[in-house]
Design a binder for this molecule. Structure first.
Ligand code: HEC
Length: 124
């Protein structure tokens, strides 16, 4: 087998593994699950960072909305009309819901070391 064929075979195995995880097709460009309102998420969520930040994250609707609010407040994410926001949050909560093995609970504030970069307006 040539090197190219081997690489291709390994790639196809990888794709098959991704596709069979829960029978939802994965968009090759964004890595998002192609279901429901995924295109709204693609249109609004890929401008600033890798979609891996999204697909590796887990949360229920409230947690996803909190992340959106944080990005709107601190990272210049634009505002959404209510329906668009609802669709985005629903897609995220349905496709990337909380999972025990995915993320540990946040470290309690009193156990955190002091943040040397903290600015005054971060203390909220
Ligand atoms: C205007 C720019 C911008 C857009 C658009 C944007 N984000 Fe973000 N987002 C950020 C920045 C900046 C960070 C912090 C990146 C880092 O830590 O490296 C971030 C971080 C994240 C994180 C990681 C949060 C955490 O707690 O670790 C997630 C998840 C996320 N974004 C999801 C989304 C989703 C979903 C959308 C679409 C609704 C979106 N982002 C659109 C700027 C943006």
């Amino acid at each position: 087998m040539t090197r190219h064929r081997l690489a291709f075979a390994i790639m196809m195995l990888g794709l098959a593994a991704v596709a069979s995880a829960d029978d939802v097709e994965i968009d090759a460009f964004t890595g998002l699950k192609k279901t429901g309102d995924w295109e709204i998420v693609r249109n609004n969520c890929i401008a600033c960072h890798s979609t891996k930040l999204i697909t590796h994250q887990r949360g229920d609707a409230d947690q996803w909305l909190d992340m959106i609010r944080w990005m709107q407040k601190k990272q210049n994410l634009w505002q959404f009309d209510a329906e668009t926001e609802q669709r985005i949050v629903t897609y995220l909560a349905e496709n990337y819901p909380p999972a025990e093995d995915r993320r540990r609970a946040a470290i309690p504030a009193d156990l955190m070391p002091p943040n040397p970069y903290a600015k005054k307006d971060d203390a909220e």
